[in-house]
Design a protein around this ligand. Sequence first.
Ligand code: TXA
Ligand code: MG
Length: 353
Amino acid sequence: MDTIICKISNDEKENDKIFEKAANILKVGGLVAFPTETVYGLGGNALDCNAAKKIYQAKGRPSDNPLIVHIANVEDLEKLAVEIPREAYMLANEFWPGPLTMVLKKSGIVPKEITGGLETVAIRMPSHKTAEGMIKKSGLYIAAPSANTSGRPSPTKAKYVIEDLAGRVDMIIADDTIEVGIESTIVDLSEGVPTILRPGGITKEMLEAVLGKVQIDKAIEEGNLLSGSIVPKAPGMKYRHYAPKASLLLVEGDEADVVNKINELVAYDKKNGLKVAVMTTDEHANKYPNVIVKSLGKRADEASIARHLFEALREFDDLEVEKIYSESFSKDNIGQAIMNRLLKAAGHSVITA
Ligand code: TXA
Ligand code: MG
């Protein structure tokens, strides 16, 4: 399959033509990869079972792992979901458009092919202008998982979407203006206490400020995710995502101890002829001599750490490193989402310095 690749620019008229082209593809059941404020998505018509099948195929994704439906108007919530609780409107009011996905009871029009057979549907209204422009132009609801091959880090740059999906989708819209860099927060409002199924840029504290009590799905707490003793409610959370090709080890502890420990491990691996890299922050970037170093940004600026995380993992793949040592991060605020992704990428290999 030939894949059309279009780049968004400052020229509104040109961009409009791109949206039109994408809309025409989506309307006939084709697939378009597009940017959102979190990561790139792989979009298809959410009400078309055949488009859903193509999405799973293009990603190589297990079909029991449901897709998020993206909308461009808040009112569409009522077309896709039923028995919508007050909390959903409160959250939509505060955080939409933006990096928040809500799980609600699905309406009759939502095919089970996109919900992985579940009676609920995940809905998100993205804030990215390109996503909005494309969805509006199509007049459709757009089912979109992250635009990576299943198991690889979610793409935050067009070149990685092209790497994973060129030849497998009809069109890729390139627009590397992605702000958040990790996937949306998923909150389940379909029963009981609102529950975070996947941490993201909208933190538990931010949700609590609007709703009062919010809980986190027990299955995604560190120990439980590792032991697999409880099944996560978001089916996707059970897979080992974001895996770089190299083995990744997280090193925790006091800052100075961590730096020393990593340098020690690097020296040992290098002696054994391994290609090694270190993932760190601006504060420590010059403390690792003689090794490939990637800084994710300033430790104090957690948003920048989140924004660069997946890109760094992909860059390590490009460099064909065999071992990655990463500093660990605070689990407060967006740090919770960062550590959730890092721990998954590391297959939960953590040591304390
Ligand atoms: O930021 C994002 O959410 C990105 C962009 C493209 O919007 N999308 C994304 O989609 O991360 P994906 O498919 O990579 O992750 C969707 C997650 C999976 O873990 C899936 O299991 C969960 O959402 N999910 C979808 N529908 C669900 C449902 N009805 N109940 C529980 N979990 C659901
Ligand atoms: Mg994904």
